[in-house]
Ligand binder design. Sequence first.
Ligand code: MG
Length: 408
Amino acid sequence: MPSQPTIADPSPSRTAAVVIVAGGRGERAGADGGPKQYRTLAGKAVIAHALEAFLAEEAIARAVIVIHPDDGERLATSVDLSDRRVAVVHGGSTRQRSTLAGLDALALSPPDIVLIHDAARPFVDRALVARTLAAVGQDAAALPAVAVSDTLKRGGTDGLVSGTVPRDGLFAAQTPQGFPFAAIHAAHRRAAAAGRDDFTDDAAIAEWAGLSVRLVEGSPENTKITWARDIALAEARLRPALQLPDVRVGNGYDVHAFGAGDHVTLCGIIIPHGRALVGHSDADVGLHALTDALLATCGAGDIGTHFPPSEARWRGAASRVFVEHAVRIVRDRGGRIANADITLICEAPRIGPHREAMTAALAGMLGIAPGRVSVKATTNERLGFVGREEGIAAIATASVVFPGGLDP
Ligand code: MG
């Protein structure tokens, strides 16, 4: 780019519209799949990608889509036509005539600026739209373009190279191209009246009509879909975004019996109680269930695999050691813990008064925000071993996001 365009008229009061030219039959992309602008790309139509980029830009108040008269149904299944900013008109036999039909549709209530865009460029982004809009002046069009980087050769009819074309100052034109509406509409009408239908883009018509055309920095991403292989390439470019997140869920369950003692440890919090839970470690059922849930998210066995009761060193251990070990295993495999949920099932002690402290303790062990931790309690309605206060049970669920993602 020789120089950045100066912003011609930063006035936010200028009204703007876009004409999306979608009348082409797209034979080169292969007729069997229909016109390329209606092909599906990353789950939505090519034309829908483009339309969304324009409607995301606040300054664009209206969009006119120019279609082939046969494509009404295709368009209706491709874009949201209930959006009141969007209008549809039928195009003519050439791109130039289709564009004029779109401009005619806007002329009833003319905007200050019009952008004209090829529907087959789905990678136009909001920044490019904004740059182009900003560069349109009172008497100047704006043309996004990228400097030509390939060496250019002129080929003769004999199949031999007849020369090398210096690429200095050469740019490949893109769309959207931006224009003062009245000037480009008049230029298109004059071209039609003069029987000129050989212009390959709208900037060429503007040049012909004596409008100056400013170069705007285009986007290398903003490629045009022409061939069937372009669809496949575009699909491949979008694939990373298409991957489903690898979210895994694990559950855990644990029970410990009551025995003699004066406190229980639940979810890392010591609670005075007439009895204690019996176990090799501190018998914290909540943390044991959670340890199993975490290990389950990456197929890493269960708490007994990592901390066999036969090993004396775990005698009386604080169960947070088990949780922290499981967290390390998950992290080593690239996992990020999304949430943890523990339900304690007991008739007594009452859990409510300790819930906040438990949540804080769990958030600390897991290294996540307290809002991602849930501690719940329920009685067993006096049924079964829990109901007879012979022990306490706990169930836990953990979800962990692993890197890489899943193919859809
Ligand atoms: Mg246990």
